[in-house]
Design a protein around this ligand. Structure first.
Ligand SMILES: *Cc1c(COP(=O)(O)O)cnc(C)c1O
Length: 357
């Protein structure tokens, strides 16, 4: 352990309990000990948002968050279906790439990064293109914007369209509306749940799984679901990541679940945001539209990202660059992981050494 505190949007700074769990016993994935853990993780994933197992299936996949999102996109629209992808950041655009790669009929609704999704415009897009499915990112980590899943799901419901949600960087810390139109929500262990990278998952309706399609061998969502429902697994899972997720989910529940985590993240983010504002550094997304998880800040004039990054790393913190066109203009700070107000106070003190207060 090098003691760096990670302010990038996952992987996160682990708690000692989760770190210790990663080095659990050697285990064969065809033995009951593994299936006991898999069953426990699946039940705990449903419990995070009080989802009923009669309606929802928790499906585990060994891979990064993208593997869960791709399994959802590649499996749920059928051969005659059409997907409307809402893009207002990198991760929405990535879902469009998935539709292209898997040969899914699709339309991309492209918005500027960070732009709000307007309900009436969405209704018009659905009317114009007649999709069967809409895909959207809940928390667009590109900027920090939190898209309103409840409002989007309401528009989808009135038009009989199924909604697929990338909640990779919000699951476990934001409210998620598992509304009637929502067919599936994809997420990962190593963001707001505070597990390690390598375990991802989709919470999917049984009714959507019944109509699922196989477009990829490894990312066949219904294949995983069928095996896991009967204490099986199609392939070798990332067992250490599962150990970590199991411990992380226990810790998450014991601490009070997502509302407590949201309050904690937000308090840290406000501390950083207020502290940076006092130093002349501004946020790019309005506070009422930003997630509790991550905020984007304008780089102070005369300070390059590389210099800021390297200075803060010397002080023990890893911040995150902007993507694409934002790379020269912004930096990002996530407050996920095992961090507290003292860490944030130290971070602000480190800023003082590089910018004139
Ligand atoms: C992190 C993230 C992903 C997945 O990224 P991986 O590198 O595959 O874990 C997908 N969507 C969003 C919104 C994310 O923040």
């Amino acid at each position: 352990m090098n003691g760096l505190r990670l302010l990038n949007p996952g992987p996160v700074t682990l708690t000692p309990r989760v770190r210790d769990a990663l080095a659990g016993p050697d285990l064969c994935h065809r033995e009951p000990e593994f299936f006991d853990m898999q069953d426990r993780i699946r039940a705990r994933l449903l419990a995070v948002y009080d989802n009923d197992g009669a309606t929802w299936a928790p499906v585990l996949i060994s891979g990064s968050g993208t593997s869960a999102v791709e399994a959802m996109i590649a499996s749920l629209p059928g051969p005659n279906d059409k997907l409307l992808v809402i893009e207002n950041g990198v991760y929405g655009e990535r879902m469009t790439r998935m539709a292209e790669v898997h040969g899914i009929a699709h339309v991309a609704w492209h918005l500027a990064w960070g732009q709000a999704i307007d309900d009436r415009q969405l209704a018009k897009m659905i009317q114009a293109h007649a999709p069967t499915h809409v895909a959207v990112v809940h928390h667009e980590t590109t900027t920090g914007r939190l898209n309103d899943i409840a409002a989007i799901a309401a528009v989808c419901e009135t038009r009989g369209v199924a909604l697929l949600v990338d909640a990779v960087s919000s699951f476990g810390a934001e409210a998620i509306a598992f509304a009637p139109a929502v067919s599936a929500v994809a997420a990962t262990a190593n963001k707001c749940l505070h597990g390690a990278p390598g375990a991802a998952f989709v919470i999917v309706r049984h009714s959507a799984l019944a109509d699922a399609t196989t477009r990829a061998l490894y990312l066949d969502l219904a294949g995983y679901a069928a095996k896991q429902a009967e204490r099986g697994t199609p392939f070798t899972p990332g067992i250490p990541a599962f150990y970590g997720l199991d411990a992380a989910l226990a810790e998450h529940a014991e601490a009070g679940g997502w509302p407590v985590r949201r309050t904690h993240y937000r308090a840290l983010a406000d501390q950083v945001g207020d502290g940076l504002a006092a130093r002349g550094i501004t946020e790019i997304v309005a506070r009422e539209a930003v997630s509790c998880v991550l905020r984007s800040y304008r780089l102070p004039s005369g300070v390059s990202y590389a210099r800021l990054h390297d200075h803060l790393k010397q002080a023990g913190f890893v911040i995150y660059a902007g993507q694409g066109a934002l790379a020269d203009d912004i930096f990002r700070i996530s407050t996920m992981g095992d961090l507290d107000t003292r860490d944030m106070a130290e971070l602000l003190a480190a800023f003082d050494e590089i910018i004139a207060p």
